[in-house]
Design a protein around this ligand. Structure first.
Ligand code: 13P
Length: 243
């Protein structure tokens, strides 16, 4: 079964809408990733879908104003954590910080959805440039996996390939190219980190029309959906495309 993840980002506006939206897409194989403020209420609604967080901090507790720990999220029943989304990298989150978060996420028992992906500046130089960019991010962000003593279950690592130029632009990557990139990411995970069976999602302007193009490729294990996950009817069609 493919993984269909909904990254709601800083939406919707009210708790009422969040609960309604969650109720309408509560299906197996779905991960709902609402803003922190709605996690608890959305968690109460979900019976089949799982819960994810859009970010978390690398300390468990203490004087860190405005931060939220993996430990706190665990207590709410959150199973997945998005780490290194490009919208957070743009705000200044570095590979060093992302790598620290990855360690704590795994140690806390989360399934990590690590986001990687290149800018258009890079992609326009060709696929090889994009591959190099993504590999550099993987090597920096997953540094801990080089330590053979640090063991993870393969299923706990999910890489979301989200080319920045495709996010929120309506300009999705070509499914063939995305599948090739997913294959490349799996090669890197196997060769550099001995992670076999890590999953790769595609994200960036996925909608009900183009979803099956990605979801029918064997290299692509699911999709990470932003805007289209906020429209119940459309998101349900994306879920159906993953079955
Ligand atoms: P869109 O689906 O709105 O392009 O967003 C993708 C994304 O960033 C998911 O994390």
């Amino acid at each position: 079964m493919k993984l269909i993840a909904a990254n709601w980002k800083m939406n919707p506006a009210s708790l009422k809408e969040a609960v309604r939206l969650a109720g309408s897409c509560d299906e197996k194989g779905v991960v709902i990733i609402p803003p922190f403020v709605f996690l608890s209420a959305v968690g109460d609604v979900l019976k089949k879908a799982e819960l994810g967080a859009q970010n978390a901090f690398f300390e468990d507790d203490g004087a860190w104003t405005g931060e939220i720990s993996f430990r706190q999220l665990k207590g709410l029943g959150v199973r997945y954590a998005v780490i290194g989304h490009s919208e957070r990298r743009k705000l200044g989150e570095s590979d060093g910080v992302i790598a620290e978060k990855v360690v704590v996420a795994f140690k806390s028992g989360f399934r990590v959805i690590l986001c990687v992906g290149e800018h258009w500046e890079t992609r326009k130089k060709g696929k090889r440039a994009a591959y190099n960019f993504v590999k550099k991010q993987l090597v920096a962000d997953l540094a801990v996996l080089k330590d053979r003593r640090f063991k993870i279950k393969n299923l706990d690592l999910i890489v979301a390939y989200e080319p920045i130029w495709a996010i929120g632009t309506g300009r999705n990557d070509d499914p063939e190219d995305a599948a090739e990139m997913a294959g490349f990411i799996k090669e890197v995970l196997a060769a550099d980190f001995a992670v076999l069976g890590g999953r790769v999602l595609y994200g960036g302007s996925v909608n009900a029309r183009n979803a099956s193009g990605f979801l029918t490729r064997p290299e692509i294990d699911g999709v990470l959906v932003g805007g289209a996950s906020l429209r119940a009817g459309e998101f349900k069609r994306i879920i159906a495309a993953g079955k």
